[in-house]
Design a protein around this ligand. Structure first.
Ligand code: GUN
Length: 295
């Protein structure tokens, strides 16, 4: 039976470390990092993610300011708000929850955020910094996956990491992060996607298999080498009449059968999700320190 890589427990441990660091920052520099969170519309997933982010900020001592608008909020007003937040020295980080309603050009909005306040790491400047290994802001999910491996004593250097999914927020940045010639990286990375033929032939080569396809049952036991480490990034809502909410969350991996074959596996929920939010907090703290000139 595989070791369960609990993101909930690890996230709590890292957040406890952050609480101490933030208490110290407040005492020594009178600094309380602040994050502006913008939510447009009423997508249930987004509402729940934003709640989780606000709660996590409150827990460690980050000042989260929420800006919530109806789905028909004008694009021009959103640009004006981002410009105001870019120029507000009291705001260290800006996060626009995605997806945005279809009348708003998401790319233009992400480009409008000051790269030094882009704590999601989605601005092309930060994507470029990650590409060349320069300091910037790494997106929360890839960074959280790296931390989950490292802090569980799973060596990444020299390993073959196979990533299923080529999204701009998980697959591509994770590949860029793990191929770097740096500590906690230096892996051989392969990316599979919807155009990949015979995917099982490739996933079976993985020492570490990361599944971020956004589709349930993407990976079954046949596709996993015995002893591999499996990280499940999927968050899929499926109907479940036995739950009060009417749904439950499952990942992209067939957990039961794969956990019988893997050496370690992250669960859904309680795996990568809490780590993503924790690395967002890390970026907000980093932004506040950089903007205050504190090393
Ligand atoms: N939507 C899904 N994941 C994310 C994320 O990491 N950040 C933001 N802003 N929106 C998302």
């Amino acid at each position: 039976m595989a070791t369960i890589l609990s993101g909930t427990e690890l996230a709590q441990k890292i957040r406890n470390e952050m609480k101490e660091e933030l208490a110290e920052l407040k005492k020594k520099h009178n600094l309380v990092p602040s994050l502006a969170v913008i939510l447009v519309g009423d997508d249930p997933g987004s509402i729940s993610y934003v709640k989780g982010k606000e709660k996590a900020c409150a827990e460690v001592g980050i000042d989260a300011r929420k800006y919530k608008f109806d789905a028909d909020y004008p694009e021009g007003d959103l640009h004006k708000l981002i410009s105001d937040l870019n120029n507000d020295p009291e705001v260290n980080g800006i996060l626009v929850q995605l997806p945005l309603p279809s009348h708003i050009n998401e790319e233009k909005i992400l480009y409008a955020i000051d790269p030094e306040k882009d704590v999601d790491g989605f601005h092309p400047i930060n994507v470029g910094r990650l590409m060349i290994g320069a300091p910037g802001y790494v997106p929360g999910t890839p960074h959280g996956i790296q931390q989950m491996l490292v802090r569980n004593g799973i060596d990444i250097a020299g390993k073959h990491v196979v990533i299923v999914g080529r999204s701009n927020i998980v697959g591509k940045p994770l590949a860029l992060l793990l191929i770097q010639k740096k500590k906690d990286a230096n892996a051989t990375v392969t990316i599979c996607h919807t155009g990949t033929k015979n995917m099982g032939d490739i996933t079976r080569l993985a020492d570490i298999l990361v599944v971020a396809a956004g589709r349930p049952h993407t990976v079954n036991a046949d596709m996993v080498r015995t002893g591999a480490v499996v990280i499940d990034v999927g968050v899929n809502r499926i109907e479940d009449a036995t739950k009060k909410s009417g749904y439950r969350l499952i990942g992209d991996v067939d957990f039961e059968e794969v956990s019988a074959r893997a050496s370690a596996i992250s669960p859904v929920p309680g795996g990568v999700g809490p780590m993503t939010i924790t690395m967002l907090l890390h970026n907000v703290i980093t932004a506040a320190k950089r903007q205050a000139g504190i090393d």
